[in-house]
Unconditional design. Sequence first.
Length: 396
Amino acid sequence: MKVGATHLTYCTNIHAGETWADVFENVRTHVLAVRGSIAPELAFGIGLRLSAEAAATLRGPEALAEFRAFLAAHELYVFTINGFPYGRFHGEPVKARVYQPDWTKSERSDYTRALVEILAALLPDDISGSISTVPGGFRIDIQRPAQEERIAAQLLDQVVTLAQVERATGRQIVLALEPEPACFIETTAELVRFFEAHLLTASARSALARALSISEASAEAHIRRHLGICLDTCHAAVQFETPSESLASLSAAGIRIAKVQASAGLRIPEMSEPALAALSAYDEAVYLHQVVARTATGELLRFVDLPDAFRNETARAAREWRVHFHVPLYREALGVFTNTQAYLRDLLALQRQAPFTNQIEVETYTWDVLPEEQRSAGLVPSIARELAWVRERLAP
């Protein structure tokens, strides 16, 4: 739904489903129910999550035609796709597999091109689209300069595809890297450095200019137009970033904020034995829950998953923990700890004052593994409540 200058939706990765039949059924049931609860009188945008398997089916002409007819009949539209998880995302351990294939692999590039094709066919004429993606890959898997060069080369190849799609269809699509703890690109600052070291160099401009038969100045404009960031507010808050710092560094570097994923993680402002005990309820087997702990001297300690932090005596003695576990946006108080809602609240205030993106997507994908007391209200009412919380803070 449109709120001021912003298209606001939620990501369908909260719903289990790897085949296109599963995804379409989720849209028919859950998405329509959420829309009916929060904005029955408005056209409603969809944040579509497609696995590689689902994308392979939907890109077929018959499936696309059927889905487009459904969207038109129900005043729905697709403006963003979550292209981060390639394979299964619910019901079994995902952990570090979610980053595979990473951007050193041709499979990641092929999958993303399929998503570009689908989004170009679904995107309304007057909206730029976005596809969020893995920030290179898992950090421990990318250790060599040749791998970094491979990631950059594949991303620049995507710019060629996106520029050609825009020429042919008029649809403008941005591929948005999503910094995440424990990844090759963890923070906003690391994303800026990667752009400057690999994507905005003279050699990158020259290669793109040759591929598209354009000037190097135009090539740089295409890079900035078609590559950007998906700013996940849980990830940034867990890294102890502030909204003003994040936005200032991106603005100074001229990097496009293609999409904000509105999310909140766990925050333990004063670590204690009761807080450690309460955190055990969030130590589950499906997803990674990276931890960043801040000591009394301000040092940041990073851990790939909750058990790693639990076992570390220095972390247990740290003053504050922040944990990558997406929890409902509207519940700042969570027993003996809180969530990172403050980062999102401040970011939304800045968006309301001077919009820096046209897309916000609520992404609390961990519904199935949340502690039971956080799920008692039901899935559809909870999604609608999150959207209402964001809408209230965006409204002029």
